[in-house]
Design a protein around this ligand. Structure first.
Ligand code: G6P
Length: 613
């Protein structure tokens, strides 16, 4: 989720690099850096914070300003906090090779061990640094040139990458490669701009070459040579970018929120990448490796958070009890801190936060620590205050979420809870057979989310029919009750329609009085233990002339007899179903808001990160 830009041509590279980084800043912005090659020497500058900090750092640095070839990076941290050492470019020990990288090197600890054994010293906590040392190792030992050294290094790597490398011994070329993280080559007039995203290229040229996975390129002043990472030359077509800069930032979508909803197959994959060991069939959570002893002592879990993250906590209550058999409670962070919570030995307080900065959630962490609790974070923003103040944690790796209404962070929060519950469960009651089943099912989730997303137009048609209604109900039971709450919250937040989420059976104890002719009620009712019961609840609404929209399991045609509208989602084990059933509700809220002409990305009165009590 970070940004890469590189330049070779007649201009001063630094200007192109800085402009490019600014264009990419929307993708990640916790630290940045660049490397320019001048008179056969690499000059590196890096800083935490925004690109403007980097500009200040390099102001007046003549060797950086003079160079006409360079690479740069804006980081959204995954491994290691957003510090100067962890910012890219990373350089080889002899200072001859510099590299920027997007993606995750999954086998970095094995590679690191190997390299340390050979005497390499590491200057950062990143997974990326192994790559530059590995390339340097091969460069000094057998490789004829930089591209060959890169190929040899990539042959050792598992994981994802988009990368750009330069070397002071071959000062006129940038070597780039791609697997899983985008890389685009801009072909200008005697100059070339490489970037992870077309927005950094468009100012210079609209002619681009899109690299596919397992392809690389050698970009020099003479031109571009494309090949596979196995060294087979390939011919690539030069294409025209047709998007405007604004469209590119939104990935071609009308709003960030829609982009983020649509990104969920990718963000879900990122949440599980490197954490499902498909060979040994176990869950590996690097962020919890240092607290194994404390994890073993957990007898009770208190989940605490705000807003959408609180709904993720409610799903977590089911997950930790079902999969790990640990008694679990959920508490609004704002309530937790003021109620003198009971924390005893064996209580783990797990806090969930996209931003890692929410004031109430942070206060809950401090309260819990004060009382001696073992605290764990489920956080998206690496190096955020909550991530730093908790004892340990697991990052979401969902990438920046810009739309105020949280979507992709929610599915990633649930995924991380599932992984944590599985890891805890395996230590206790979960059989290896069950473990293996969940691992396979989790691996299939990103593709299943893709199937749900294909129904966006159908969901918009449903939203259209109810667009003038000012009151909606969202109902679900068990795991689907928190999803009903989340569906209602999404609709309220961005469309300003009043919506209430309820456990379906509670409806008869009051809210049923609200039902009138044509009132929409959304049911989250995939095939699960309470399916028959929820059919009864659907009938109660219809008997009172309410209209029903049901999120059901693919193939459940029976449900069509009972409801006005159906949205199908693929089948999955019940604990994994929320990952699928929430997606149509996000789309329903999105389309309703757009149809009502609301500002979807910046709803009135709301803030993305609420840093006040
Ligand atoms: C705000 C946002 C919500 C978010 C909540 C918690 O209210 O508008 O979308 O769920 O804060 O934020 P966090 O960053 O802690 O997940």
């Amino acid at each position: 989720m970070c940004g890469i830009v590189g330049y070779v041509g007649p201009k001063q590279a630094v200007n192109v690099l800085i402009e490019g980084l600014k264009r990419l800043e929307y993708r990640g912005y916790d630290s940045s850096g660049l490397c320019v090659c001048t008179e056969g020497k690499l000059n590196v500058a890096k800083t935490p914070g925004r690109i403007s900090n980097l500009e200040e750092r390099i102001a007046g640095n003549k060797s950086i300003i003079a160079g006409t070839i360079g690479i740069a990076h804006t980081r959204w941290a995954t491994h290691g906090a957003p510090t100067e050492e962890n910012a890219h470019p990373h350089t080889s020990t002899d200072g001859k090779i510099a590299l920027v990288h997007n993606g995750i090197i999954e086998n970095y600890s094995t590679l690191k061990q190997y390299l340390e054994g050979k005497g390499y010293a590491f200057a950062s906590q990143t997974d990326t640094e192994v790559l530059v040392h590995l390339i340097s190792e091969f460069y000094g030992d057998g490789a004829g040139n930089l591209e060959q050294a890169v190929q040899m290094a990539l042959a050792e790597v598992s994981g994802t990458y988009g990368l750009a490398v330069i070397c002071s011994d071959e000062p006129d070329k940038i070597v780039v490669a791609r697997r899983g993280s985008p890389l685009i080559l801009g072909v200008g007039n005697g100059e070339y701009v490489v970037a992870s995203d077309a927005s950094a290229i468009l100012e210079h040229t609209a002619n681009v070459i899109y690299l596919n996975d397992n392809e690389m390129a050698v970009v020099s002043r003479e031109g571009v040579r494309t090949l596979t990472i196995d060294n087979v030359p390939i011919t690539k077509e030069v294409k025209q970018i047709e998007w405007s800069l604004e469209q590119i930032a939104k990935g071609g979508y009308e709003h960030f929120m829609l982009k983020e909803i649509m990104e969920q197959p990718e963000s879900a994959r990122q949440a599980i990448t490197g954490r499902l060991d498909m060979r040994e069939m176990r869950v590996v959570l690097g962020g919890l490796a240092s607290v194994g002893r404390e994890m073993a002592k957990i007898r009770r879990i208190v989940l605490t958070s705000c807003g959408t993250a609180w709904h993720a906590g409610l799903v977590g209550e089911f997950l930790f009890e079902d999969l790990a058999k640990v008694p679990t409670e959920v508490e609004y962070a704002s309530e937790f801190r003021y109620r003198n919570p009971i924390i005893d030995e064996g209580t783990a307080v797990v806090v969930i936060s996209q931003s890692g900065e929410t004031a109430d959630t942070l206060a809950a962490v401090r309260e819990a620590k004060e009382k001696g609790a073992f605290t764990l974070g489920i956080v998206n923003v690496v190096g955020s205050t909550i991530a730093r103040e908790t004892d340990a944690g697991v990052y979401l790796h969902a990438g920046p979420e810009i739309g105020v209404a949280s979507t992709k962070a929610f599915t990633s929060q649930i995924l991380v809870e599932i992984l944590m519950a599985m890891a805890l469960g395996r230590r206790r009651y979960m059989s290896q057979q069950t473990m293996e089943r969940y691992i396979r099912e989790l691996d299939a989730i990103p593709d299943k989310i893709k199937t749900v997303l294909k129904q966006s137009d159908h969901i918009r048609d449903i939203a259209k029919q109810f667009i003038d209604r000012e009151n909606w109900l969202f109902l679900g039971r068990g795991y689907h009750y928190p999803i009903a709450l989340e569906g209602a919250l999404k609709l309220k937040e961005i469309s300003y329609i009043h919506a209430e989420g309820l456990p379906a059976a509670e409806m008869k104890h009051g809210p049923i009085a609200l039902i009138n002719d044509g009132m929409p009620a959304v049911f989250v009712a995939p095939r699960c233990g309470t399916y028959d019961k929820i059919i009864g609840n659907i009938e109660e609404i219809r008997a009172r002339k309410g209209k029903t929209i049901v999120v059901a399991t693919e193939g459940d045609h029976e449900i069509e007899k009972f409801t006005d509208h159906v949205i199908y989602v693929p089948d999955a084990p019940v604990p994994l179903q929320p990952l699928l059933t929430v997606v149509p509700l996000q789309l329903l809220a999105y389309h309703a808001a757009v149809l009502r002409g609301c500002n979807v990305d910046k709803p009135r009165n709301l803030a993305k990160s609420v840093t006040v009590e």
